[in-house]
Design a binder for this molecule. Structure first.
Ligand SMILES: Cc1cc2nc3c(=O)[nH]c(=O)nc-3n(C[C@H](O)[C@H](O)[C@H](O)COP(=O)(O)OP(=O)(O)OC[C@H]3O[C@@H](n4cnc5c(N)ncnc54)[C@H](O)[C@@H]3O)c2cc1C
Length: 414
């Protein structure tokens, strides 16, 4: 049967990365026709192995995934983070945040990206009133008073999609953002991250480390099977140089930078380089359109906040849509101004806080002002002794600051 040249739906999600597919999972709980367009082949999710990429999920994100009944499916691919150790190389200060002190089972969890993608798409396979179009690309988006039209290219053919609401989840270089006419402000950190998994003499056993060095921060996150994931941020040219070093020299450089808190590095997996930028869209909503995930705000990964922030976008957007449906009955317009304004107002403070926090961390530890290291060292010690400051950072890191949507409180969407 040939597809009709035009198709209507309630919500069109552009981009089926972790954020777009998580939103589709949340919306699948509501009486809505949702279409998700993803440029890549979904089957490209490969088997997890030693080198699989990893995301640190805040405690609040775990709640959202659990409320969507996705958490049990992720079991076996997640590792609890029970302490976070923050230190600076060559300085005496160190701070520790622990799950026990915060009275939670874990501060957060690491999850393998492939497992996350697979679980989300597996859920969508059985979703009612959901249509995935992949691989397919959104070429154009136009807004009208009562709907949005998108031109889609799939299998060499173009067709039109009409939706009440378009959600851009198409990543940091969002074409939908450009099509909607939203400006984005870009800050180039002139840094790159060398990313790899590793094994150490002592298994991390739930310990995460954030170590600031004069050349940039190193984050080490605990993974399943005694492995750790490392994100090593360096000035761009140096990152390229270090990433290309022979194995033994690379290991020695890493050991010097990270120290011996987990003993020697015994195995180092394939290294990948990522350019680090912050890209903030000037607006995250407008008539019949919302931007979520990296399309709205791409962050430096130093604090592991990007996906966590986006999951709160997902939970909040799904909630305002659920409320609009409940208030309006069968005739609710999910792309109307009122729910979208409510969404944008609700999300503004969290986005600003996380963005400032992440950017501030880079500025603070990136400075090479004489004496700044000393101040930071004292700051870290003072911070370790200050329960108020620690609790605030812990709440932020766990994704529990500010007013939380229902899913983030473990409650059903509607
Ligand atoms: C090194 C690194 C480490 C990180 N670690 C963490 C962490 O520990 N914790 C955390 O919370 N965050 C972390 N982040 C951030 C997190 O990875 C991102 O915030 C998140 O992946 C963004 O997902 P997204 O779905 O918005 O965008 P993307 O993953 O970029 O997905 C966008 C999707 O849209 C599709 N697409 C693009 N254009 C079109 C189009 N025109 N038509 C159809 N489809 C299209 C693409 O194919 C893609 O699948 C990290 C980021 C980096 C770089």
């Amino acid at each position: 049967m040939t597809e009709p040249a035009r198709r209507d739906c309630d919500v069109l999600i552009v981009g089926g990365g972790a954020v777009g597919s998580a939103l589709a999972c949340a919306l699948a709980e509501l009486p809505l026709d949702t279409v998700l367009v993803e440029a890549q082949e979904v089957r490209q999710l490969s088997q997890p192995g030693f080198d699989t990429r990893v995301t640190a999920l805040a405690n609040g994100s775990q709640q959202i995934l659990a409320a969507l009944s996705l958490w049990t499916e992720l079991k076996g691919y997640t590792e609890a983070i029970r302490t976070i150790h923050i230190s600076e190389r060559g300085r005496f200060g160190a701070a520790r945040i622990s799950a026990a002190e915060e009275r939670v089972p874990a501060l957060g969890y690491t999850v393998e990206n492939q497992a996350l993608g697979r679980v989300l798409w597996e859920r969508l396979r059985g979703a009612q009133r959901f249509t995935p179009l992949a691989p397919a690309k959104v070429l154009r988006v136009e807004r009208h008073a009562h709907h949005v039209t998108a031109t889609i290219e799939q299998g060499g053919e173009q067709r039109e999609l009409r939706a009440k609401l378009v959600v851009a989840a198409d990543g940091a270089r969002s074409a939908v953002r450009t099509a909607l006419g939203f400006d984005a402000l870009e800050h180039d950190y002139e840094q790159r991250a060398v990313i790899f998994n590793c094994a150490t003499e002592a298994p991390p056993a739930g310990r995460a480390f954030e170590r600031f060095t004069s050349r940039g921060p190193i984050a080490l996150l605990p993974l399943t099977s005694g492995r750790s994931a490392v994100i090593w941020t360096l000035p761009s040219a140096l990152a390229e140089e270090i990433a290309a070093l022979p194995d033994d020299t690379f290991r020695a450089e890493l050991q010097t930078a990270f120290g011996y808190r987990l003993g020697r590095f015994t195995r180092i997996g394939a290294r990948h380089l990522h350019t680090l930028v912050r890209i903030a869209s000037g607006a995250v909503h407008g008539p019949r359109a919302v931007l979520i995930g990296d399309a709205a705000l791409r962050l430096h990964p130093v604090a592991g906040q990007g996906f966590n922030l986006a999951l709160r976008d997902v939970a909040t957007l799904a909630e305002v849509i659920a409320d609009a449906l409940q208030a309006g009955g069968g005739s609710a317009d999910v792309g109307a101004t009122e729910p979208l304004d409510r969404y944008a107002d609700w999300r503004a403070a969290d986005r600003e806080r996380v963005s400032t926090f992440t950017h501030g961390l880079i500025q603070l530890f990136g400075e090479s002002v004489p004496g700044a290291g000393l101040t930071r060292g004292i700051g870290l010690v003072a911070f370790d002794l200050l329960p108020g400051a620690k609790a605030l950072l812990a709440r932020q890191t766990m994704g529990k600051a500010g007013r939380l949507p229902r899913l983030a409180r473990g409650l059903p969407l509607s």
